[in-house]
Design a protein around this ligand. Sequence first.
Ligand code: SF4
Length: 490
Amino acid sequence: MAHVLSKSSFIRGVQCTKSLYLYKHNYRLRDAASASLQAIFSRGINVGKIAQDIFPGGVDVTPESVFKYSESVEKTRKLIESGTEVIYEAAFVFNDVLAAVDILVKRAGQWFAYEVKSSTKVSDGYRLDASLQYYVIKNAGIELADFSILHLNNQYVKQGKIEPEKLFNAVSLLSECERNQSMIAEKVREMKEVSFLSFVPDIKIGKHCFEPYTCDFMGQCWKNVPQNSVFELAGMSKEKQFELYNNGIVKIIEVPADYSLEKNQRIQVDATNSGKELINKTEIAKFILRVNYPLYFFDIETFMPAVPMFDGTNPFQHIPFQYSLHYKKTKDSPLEHIEFLAEAGFDPRKDFITHFLENTKDAACILVYNRAFESSVIAKLGNDFPELKPEVEKRLSVMIDLMEPFQKRYYYHPEMKGSHSIKNVLPALFPDFNHKNLAISDGTMAMSAFEQLQTETDIFKIAELRDNLLEYCKLDTLAMVKIFEFLENL
Ligand code: SF4
């Protein structure tokens, strides 16, 4: 049975009718999915499989491709008629809308639907999603006794085998789904009309481009927004940015001098207008004086398995698997380098922290970029391995944040675009020194590469992934060395 709308196209249309229209008629204009989005998709599939173990013995009617959903609808119908009590990816069509629910279960003669989410809470998007599924399933003839979201329980701590019943929390959305039925029916009518329009809906860019999901047609709709627009004003709410934009103030340079801005936003506006850097030499000198030798430049990479892989860990816990250390024993010593990259398939935490403590025994100062994050990961390892805690605390006591001079605006360059992230500071200071030519160019890609190593069996691919990871992390600490030298030279 053919359908006009799927669950995802319906949700897209509720967010923005133009997005639905473009998806239906100009699909190829979509922006490429980012590495982090692809990681979310594959994480969702793995989590869904584990949730099925709560209701074992079901029949999976997942189609071979998205174009074969009508076969799944037919299979679902036959399975229900033949008395099957657990169906995975049960598919239904009503009023030209297709909906497949992750798990459909019959207990004591009543049907229960479960939608599995690889997140730790129920978002507004999930509520809309559930209300549409309920609308389709119920009107297709299945009276549901309940409709629940199964989301990951962030309090769950793995000990031994994963226990699916404890890994997930079930939240019933039945009453909300029932309350939303007339709204859903009206929206379905509207979205079907949009699908058959012969022109692109005239929708301007707005907050809806980001809520509840970042739209994948931004490359299209936002292409005329110039560089240095008000949307680059850091820390400014979307409401305020659009208020300026809709009043014809598009570029930062056009922001009125008397417009109320926070301190850092004013610095950003003034620097963009003048094209000049802001340098507070006194504060930079004070920062440099806090740095002692032997000096270490330290950067770590972590991954966050949605389903905990190691005993004593929770869903989405940061598991450190790699670090890079550049170091100088004295100010005039040569720059040296050490690194660590865990073997896949094992819990890397103990090896990671033991190597780190060993390699930084004599550290008088450990520079990191974003101390809040690095120190929280290291402190957690101190708690996980109490025998190492005294040494861990010594390292934490000499950890200094190289981000501070940029965060506190002791130094600001217009090209930092209001940000103090190393990804913005580095190209502002050294335009030719960047990660662009590396196979792994950001932390999300590093995370995905290490996750891939967990299951990769091709030894050449393993070697390539490991080399790419080492090269990426090494460049991060080398970037920190250059940034520190830059501040010293100021
Ligand atoms: S980018 Fe914004 S305006 Fe364009 S389709 Fe997406 S949500 Fe709609």
